[in-house]
Ligand binder design. Sequence first.
Ligand code: SF4
Length: 356
Amino acid sequence: MSSLSFYKKQFDHVYYTSDVKELSSFKEVCQKLDHLEFQEVVSKEAIPPEHRNQRTLLLTASRGQVLDHCPGSKGHLCCNYHTLDLYIGCTLGCSYCIMRSYLNFSPVIVNMNIEEILQEVRCFIEARQQEGKTIRIGTGEVGDSLLYDPLFGFSQRLYELCANYENVYFEAKSKTDFVDHLLDIPEKGNGVIGFSMNPPSIGASEEGTAAPVEKRIEAALRAQKAGFLIALHFDPIFYYAKWEQEYGDLIQSLSVLDPKAMAWISMGTFRYTLGLKENIANRWYLWDEFVPGKDQKFRYIQKKRREMYRFIRKNLEKHFLNAKIYMCMESPAMWEGVFGKKPRKIPELCAIFKAI
Ligand code: SF4
């Protein structure tokens, strides 16, 4: 459900900074959330401590660059994704969310200066047009790309902009089924809607109020029928008694999707930082054997990761033959163990793994 009544129930307080009050995007949201009082503040820090939580919305303008190369992970191969900070924070409440380690006391922040953001994206793309390399940009790094999008409508502007460039893929990544406001965009170009995938049992126990996985698949089908490319993100993959059965069933249920509309499929096993572990110490999946990586993140031991990746890849390839299937933040050794080579040597993957 992504109607106005849904958003009216999401927030108790709205704050804004003075630099957005003349923006049409701000005026529109004032009208939509007219049951709430909008209060001006000089910065996030000026919000009263008792309101610095996810029931509060902060509407502000980005300061400095919002488009950046994905920070990647030391010692791991990077897929050259570019992240765009638009909606920062998320109320879906996944137990494993990395933001639990650093955004706990923060309101949901929305960068309202969409015209400046579009200009930043345009300049970034045009500076690289000569090179002709594939450019992937997504908004799902610091929050869910579509959870608040029906209220603000910014993704449509990004799809429309990126549709002008043959080598650019813009991806909104989500655990919701909020796609219907995007379906009628006339020019989708290489527009991608990405969905996080986990078996229904994991969705129900660990992914808070995210849409049930079956609903995400239905949304993917609607998006694909409307002309979007689809991406699937098996991340985080968990190891548990029935993992083979449940991931196998999940992949089987994805066979309703057209392989030709699959932009890419990523895989990443569950990983955590010590900061995250401190906040989720009671979760069952921490009772496994983990090893620290060069990036100070803890992952399942290599043997288990290899086993999971091989299994999922093998099952995916039964339906999505020649799809761009890759691992997120994994070591060269793991690439050798799962794919037999590094990604730049894999024809389907070399375009996205080539540095921009
Ligand atoms: S959907 Fe993503 S950002 Fe939102 S809580 Fe879950 S993991 Fe965190």
